[in-house]
Design a protein around this ligand. Structure first.
Ligand SMILES: *Cc1c(COP(=O)(O)O)cnc(C)c1O
Length: 412
């Protein structure tokens, strides 16, 4: 690995990142990232990179995006003090409320931004949140939409399949491979290869080949920009600690980016610890993975000694991915962000605690960040903690019925 990186080299990478120099022209974040793709996709990626370069920061695109984020998505989302959790945990807890964004999670910030760059859209989805966000953005912008979704995820996230179809999307079941998010991304790439001219692949997280990690980070960074200004306005100070859950890493990178240059702010990403630390029992790529190439980027991956990608386990479909965005791999490497795990059981307990005491049902993904926040609060009493509440938990009712509610006997 890159254990040999010196402190000076790490500091230099952080400076480059803060100066807007990363990713570099090869799409690299230090040793991570890049673009590892079949020859057939090279022209499509060149077109996409050019569109991102010329359009993303252009005034008319930014004006249309800002208007739609405000009029249709409902931004800015609230920053809410969590008085009951603060009392229980002995620290000042604030939630950045992406659960209040249209379609129920942060995914819409990215899907809308990409739809405004596109023609026909294809997308992959795990929990279905990105599929729903993409279907909604396509309906709004007036584009046809095809969503690839693993069979396993279609079963456990049935309400989201219905939402996508109601909004006019074609949902294609993926029956190959692990039949979850990883296989869905494979299928979406396969579709793109067959029609790279007429198709835009709307990737749902800050991963994949360059320029996606950059594009998705830019579109999601609005979360942290809003939250930083809201903290200063409402709490009168920056948070001591910012915490978000990490699947592919989009809500976390979006939340973290505005705080990376604030040395007083501790930043923590929480991965799915699943059933435990063993290979195959979790989706904790940053804490237990090793470097390799998956879906066109060099990053940390869950793989065995032979480099075979391992199946993942998490109670939350949205975190169930054996890779992670390359920018997170770099932030871990240079030590700017700490990555920890939260297990299935403690996460489900956090769902319940938040719902019972704050009247807010978090997505199971987001509740991983709550476990991290509770533990940080206990170790650092009286501090100010900003939690990225990446989405709402309504979509998780089928899972919660068979876990929390079944255990409690509430159903009987
Ligand atoms: C998809 C999803 C995630 C995980 O994806 P990231 O790209 O890591 O943000 C987290 N929370 C919610 C609510 C999601 O829908």
């Amino acid at each position: 690995m890159t254990e040999s990186m010196t402190e000076a080299a790490k500091a230099k990478l952080l400076r480059s990142l803060l100066d807007g120099q990363l990713p570099d022209e090869h799409g690299r974040f230090g040793p991570f990232g890049g673009r590892f793709i079949p020859e057939t996709l090279v022209p499509a990626f060149e077109r996409l990179t050019e569109a991102v370069r010329t359009t993303l920061h252009e005034a008319s695109y930014q004006a249309e995006l800002a208007a739609e984020l405000s009029d249709w998505v409902g931004r800015p989302t609230a920053l809410s003090p969590m008085r009951n959790l603060s009392r229980r945990w002995g620290a000042e807890i604030w939630f950045k409320r992406e659960d209040l964004a249209h379609t129920g999670a942060h995914k819409i910030n990215n899907a809308l931004g990409q739809a405004l760059l596109a023609k026909r859209i294809i997308a992959e989805t795990g929990a279905g949140q990105h599929g729903v966000a993409t279907a909604a953005a396509c309906a709004r912008v007036g584009l046809p939409c095809v969503v690839y979704m693993g069979e396993v995820d279609m079963a456990r996230q049935a309400p989201n399949v219905g939402r996508m179809r109601l909004m006019g999307a074609t949902v294609v079941p993926v029956t190959s491979g692990d039949r979850t998010l990883r296989a869905a991304i494979d299928e979406a790439f396969r579709d793109w290869v067959t029609d790279p001219e007429g198709t835009f692949y709307c990737l749902g997280s800050a991963l994949g080949p360059h320029p996606y990690p950059y594009l998705v980070r830019e579109l999601q960074s609005i979360i942290g920009r809003e939250a930083r200004a809201q903290m200063l306005a409402k709490a009168g100070a920056l948070p001591d600690c910012v915490i978000a859950c990490v699947g592919g890493g989009s809500n976390a990178i979006g939340t973290f980016h505005a705080f990376l240059g604030d040395p007083s702010v501790k930043i923590i990403g929480v991965e799915a610890g699943g059933r435990g630390p063993g290979l195959g029992d979790n989706a904790a790529t940053l804490t237990t993975g090793r470097p390799g190439v998956l879906h066109g980027t060099y990053t940390l991956l869950l793989q065995d000694a032979d480099g075979q990608i391992q199946e993942t386990h998490s109670v939350s479909a949205g975190l169930d991915y054996p890779g992670v965005g390359p920018e997170h791999a770099m932030l871990r490497e240079i030590g700017r962000v700490q990555y920890i795990m939260a297990g299935d059981d403690e996460t489900l307990e956090a769902v319940k605690e938040c719902a019972t005491h704050e009247g807010l049902l978090p997505a199971i993904e987001s509740a991983h960040a709550l476990v991290g926040a509770r533990d940080w609060a206990r170790q650092n009493p009286g501090t100010r903690i900003l939690v990225g509440m990446s989405g709402r938990g309504d979509k998780d009712m089928p899972t919660l019925q068979t876990t929390l509610l079944a255990n409690d006997g509430v159903l009987s």
